[in-house]
Structure formats: C-alpha cells, structure tokens
Write a protein that binds this ligand. Sequence first.
Ligand code: SF4
Length: 423
Amino acid sequence: MHSLFTRNTALAALLENHLASLAAQENLPPETIRQALAAGTMVLLGNPRHRNVRPLLVGQPARVKVNANIGTSPLCHCLQTELEKLDAALETGADTVMDLSISGDLDAIRRDMLERCPAPLGTVPMYAVGQKYLDAGRDPAAMDPEDLFEEIAKQAAMGVDFMTLHCGLTRRGAEWATEGGRSMGIVSRGGAMLARWMLHNDRENPLLTGFDRVLEIALEHNVTLSLGDGLRPGAGVDAGDAAQIEEVITLGRLARRALNQGVQCMIEGPGHVPMHEVEAQIIMIKKLTGGAPLYVLGPLTTDVAPGYDHIAGAVGGALGVRAGVDFLCYLTPAEHLTLPDIADVRAGVMASRVAAQIGEVALGRPRAVEREARMNAARAALDWQGMRASALDPAMVDARREPHKTEEVCAMCGKFCAVKMLR
Ligand code: SF4
C-alpha cells in the first residue's frame, strides 16, 4: 500500500468505504483514483468527524468542482440567513461550501453549518483568531501564534474538511508585496493579518515555521490543507509579480512535504488575472506545485465590473479549467461591494458551474461533451423536457418557459420558429 494511505489512516478508511461510489460518480476506474491520490494530484475531502459528510474528489481527472463562500460579516451577521445561503448554494449545485464568518459566535455558526451541510465544509481558521483580537480592541500584530494552532486543532476536531492556511506567505514575500510596487498590495484577509504580524514582529510566518505542527493536526482528522494564496494579485496589473510567484514556489515545496507526511493538499490560486495571462498562470502554478489540485478564485479577468464579477470570474474560470484548474471558487455579483444575498449565491454558483462546463467541453471530457449533445438533440426535436434535463439549471428553464409552457415553440420566435419551419 502507498505510504500516503499507511500514514493517513483516516483517509485510507474513507477511501475503503466510498471508493466504489466515488468511482461511479466520477466515471473513473478505482485504480486511477488511488494513483492520483497517492501522487497528490487529487484529494479526497472528508473529515470523519464531520457527521454524514459526502466525501468528494478534487483533482485531475475528476469532474471540476465548485465552491460557494458564505458567512457573516461585522455589518451583516444573521446566522439564519447564512444557513439559508448554505441551502441555496447546495440546491444550486455547489460541491462544497466555505464558512468565512468573521462576526458573531463563530464556533456556534461553524457547528450549525457542519450539522446542516452534507458537502465538505471549509474554513479559514485565521479569521477566528483575528476576531478574538479585533473584537477585544487589540492589534492582530500582537497575536500569540499558539492561538492559531489551537484554533486549527479545534476546528479539525469539530469536523472541518478543508482549511485555508497561508503557510507559504514568507516575510520576504510580504515585504515584496507591500514595498510599493503593487497596485493593490495584499488583498487576502488572512494574508494581510499574517503579513502585519510578520512585519511588525520581524519574525517569519508561524504557519511556515510550525508547518510540521499543522501537518500533525491535519493528519489526525484527514483535514485537507488548502494552501492559501495570501499574496494573490488583487489587480490584473499585479498578476505574476515576484511576491505572487515566491509564494507559489513555497506552496509547492510545502505540498511535497505534506504529501510525504500523509497530508492532502490543494493549492489556492489567483485572483485578478487578465485573460491573456490566465493560461500561463495556471500552467506555471501547476508545474511549481507538482500538479496538486488547484483551487482558484475566479480568476477575475477585469477589475472594472463590480456587480458583474461573477461574469468576469466565469470567463477566467473557463479558461483556467481548460488550462488545468480543478476547483472553482465562485464569485458573486456582490463581490467587492457587499455581503452576497441568497440570489447572489445562486448566481455565483451557476456562473462557476457554467465556467466549469465550458472548460470541460474544451477539454473533451466525455460527460460534458455528451451533455451538450443531449441538449442539441432536444433542441432540434423541440423536446422541452429533454432541454430541461440537459440544462445546468432546470429550474431556470421552467421559470422562463412558464408563461408559454403549453406552446410547442418558445416565445422568442413563436410562429417564426426556425426549427419548426424546416421540419
Ligand atoms: S421559437 Fe425560435 S428560439 Fe424558440 S425554439 Fe423555435 S427557433 Fe428556437
């Protein structure tokens, strides 16, 4: 048996119990899954402490997955609303959810979300530590690194399936990102807090110096590390600068260390990247990180579309998937403006699912290509049930067709219907 499975017994047990169903879901031979997991090019999300979690594969050549971020903010903190967003995200087809709450009783929110969410749930433990200091009126630069390790251990024991940890953010990278060469400096919340701590205390990142402690905690509960991109570009013009690349190189080295210790890792990616640079960015990140599953936020291909960032992100996401991205984090129409509401969550999930489909068609993935063929056959036959069944969002088909659902044609052309005309 590969050393990953002998070291990570929680993962081995999870795989044993679910391999047949995972292979069927992904339409992949079980051996392909085992080999990809052992090589670190695929991860199996699932913490045995997360009751009733449905384990999920992320990584080539599994289906591209979509994540929805939800969670409270200091200006908007209704737990009930966040739980409704969680339901909406899953209903719309999100494969995972991240709780990014930064206000209220974070332990209670996380517990409620874990209970309600059968999909893998991710978090950013740094937020809880930041809240502890900021709510007490203290500077996060005064953080005791032990608080961070305790928080990671607590959340792992609660059942969190994957965690964003900015382990690859070095002091040198933080200096490069803040010395004035960037248009947007550091835009990651967790990254900014860590960078402030490092620069203020003139010390190296505790998640980097204490990486072995992180691995020990992760190993116990098969928590997948989502190695965070604290220095991701926050503006298109910052993409690919030295600070970003320095962090990616470090993340690649850490991913190898983790795999050798039996811990699964994903790599988080950009960020804001102009369209013509997306492919190069993805190929470079994949190479520097040994093909570890790549989880991207967007990438956003323009900086001037607030209100429509889910569209700007879907363009980058589709290009990214064609270049090797495994996991898309959604962007919603609320990005850069406010906390998303339920409609924003639905729009964001659908935009990412559309991007994933576009990218997978370009890759020639059979399931995606066959879905297109089924839709085309249904359209040619004016078979509305068939169109509904092939659509990424059947509820949208129903809603838009409702006023004319008894007609054979649709209201676009009515009796001018070209399909009917040529029958
Ligand atoms: S009415 Fe027009 S848009 Fe609608 S099915 Fe016929 S050709 Fe297509």
